[in-house]
Ligand binder design. Structure first.
Ligand code: FAD
Length: 435
């Protein structure tokens, strides 16, 4: 007897049974899959590593994973580019580039995503001089609904590149991505607690004087933990310091137990948050490591997340309103709120389209109620002209998308040209992008 194949996203916000799951291991295999789907009148969604919270990949028809299509295909050290199979994870890519003396110019805070999955939603790290990961894409191999293989780059097809860089799988299957890369570099990280008022008072200095700056605000404490990261010539650490080991233990075990305790005994929550902040050091000698090892953190604790991009200069006001709303409503949430910065870009569906942005992410541990909390916070983001991270929880509707994305008609016209039968759409995408 065949058991049903149930697919679940990382946080289990999306659970469904695809009609069929396919893992092509070559470009020809991807083309055959698309042609077979076209013949059978089936639609296709492509999945990366399933780390999005939204129903982007939900389908009753064919779910395609490129997890058997991985690795670097070519490196051009004159142009400083790497051509990579779309199913390669960021973790595999970081290590493989490092062996060649190369690195990605920036990363987000995990490296579990597939390259095409990460870029297709506009995944970002932090740093005012750095765009999202999608801006690193300078060329692409795209398989269309007819099974045609298109090769675009930013010189030959500048408009199409600005469409495909953040395209949520709506234009076709991205088979290969050519990325702009940089020589390997080392980073020095400092992370210690500070009063939130101090961080906000010195915000401009913090974001301008660090290659990467972000902070995590801890509710009900008045404190945040900023992360300041600069490039350095100092050698990478061979062995972790006792402080780093302590920090990791703190993050992984103490936080986990605090969160479980606060779920069971909600009256303890705010006190536990203050105990947690008290345990975090208020100074840090910092540590040095290679960039691809510095950016990713291990996330053993599953959580729900909503993240919006807003105009960078509005962050202090927007955050103040969020804090006020949390405190007035006494939400039982003990997970920190993360604030990051991303340089504006020209990508048609990018949340950072034509504006330097601050991204604010609210989170709640999996299993704790988050609906009311997120429902109260989302209008604040809308009030500050927010655009959601496409992979993270949001209720953005077609009218919002149409109002916030002036190039949406161009994107949809290109989509129509490449996939007139709507092969690469599901109900959520039709509702949100077509109305
Ligand atoms: C613990 C955790 C930490 C995170 N940290 C960050 C962070 O620091 N910064 C940030 O911005 N985001 C972050 N995210 C969000 C995450 O980066 C995005 O949701 C990302 O899109 C997930 O990548 P994935 O490979 O899992 O793609 P999936 O979620 O599987 O798919 C995402 C989209 O990509 C499309 N896609 C995948 N492969 C292809 C392909 N070959 N061709 C065409 N389309 C394709 C899919 O159809 C879908 O629309 C985090 C998520 C989690 C769970």
């Amino acid at each position: 007897m065949l058991l049903p194949m149930i697919w679940k996203s990382w946080a289990e916000t999306v659970v469904f049974e695809p009609g069929q799951m396919v893992h092509p291991s070559s470009l020809e295999g991807i083309v055959d899959t698309v042609k077979g789907a076209a013949r059978g009148g089936k639609s296709i969604r492509v999945v990366g590593s399933g780390h999005s919270w939204m129903p982007l990949v939900r389908t009753d028809h064919i779910l395609v994973s490129l997890d058997h299509y991985q690795g670097i295909e070519a490196i051009d050290k004159d142009k400083m580019t790497a051509t990579v199979r779309a199913g390669t994870t960021l973790e595999q890519l970081g290590a493989a580039l490092f062996e060649q003396g190369l690195a990605m110019e920036n990363l987000g805070d995990i490296h579990d995503q597939a390259l095409a999955g990460a870029l297709s939603t506009g995944t970002h790290g932090t740093g005012v001089t750095l765009g999202s990961l999608s801006t690193q894409m300078v060329g692409v191999t795209l398989v269309t609904a007819q099974g045609e293989v298109l090769e675009w780059d930013e010189i030959s097809h500048p408009d199409e590149m600005n469409a495909v860089r953040v395209s949520l799988g709506m234009l076709g299957i991205i088979a290969r991505i050519t990325l702009r890369v940089v020589p390997t570099y080392r980073l020095k990280v400092e992370q210690y607690k500070e009063p939130l008022t101090k961080i906000i008072a010195n915000l401009e200095e913090n974001i301008q004087n660090n290659r990467h700056f972000e902070f995590f605000w801890f509710p009900y404490t008045g404190y945040a933990i900023p992360k300041r990261i600069k490039t350095t010539d100092e050698p990478a650490v061979e062995q972790k310091s006792s402080r780093q080991v302590f920090n990791e233990i703190l993050e992984q075990s103490v936080v986990t137990s605090f969160f479980s305790l606060s779920r069971s005994f909600s009256f303890l929550g705010r006190a536990l948050n203050n105990v947690f902040i008290a345990l975090v050091a208020d100074e840090d000698p910092g540590y040095v490591d290679h960039s691809y090892r510095v950016f990713p953190t291990t996330r053993t604790l599953r959580f729900q997340e909503m993240e919006y991009s807003i105009p960078a200069e509005l962050l202090p006001n927007c955050l103040e309103e969020i804090i006020h709303t949390v405190e007035v409503n006494r939400f039982k949430m003990f997970f920190p709120t993360e604030c990051r910065w991303v340089k504006g870009d020209e990508i048609w569906l990018s949340p950072a389209y034509q504006r330097d942005s601050a991204y604010i992410a609210v989170q709640q541990t999996k299993g704790s109620p988050y609906e009311d909390y997120f429902r109260q916070i989302e209008p604040i983001f809308h009030h500050y002209d927010g655009r959601p991270h496409w992979g993270k929880l949001n209720t953005f509707r077609h009218e919002h998308v149409a109002a916030c994305y002036p190039r949406l008609p161009d994107f949809m016209a290109l989509r129509q040209q490449l996939a007139p039968e709507q092969m690469f759409l599901n109900d959520y995408l039709k509702r949100t992008f077509m109305g």
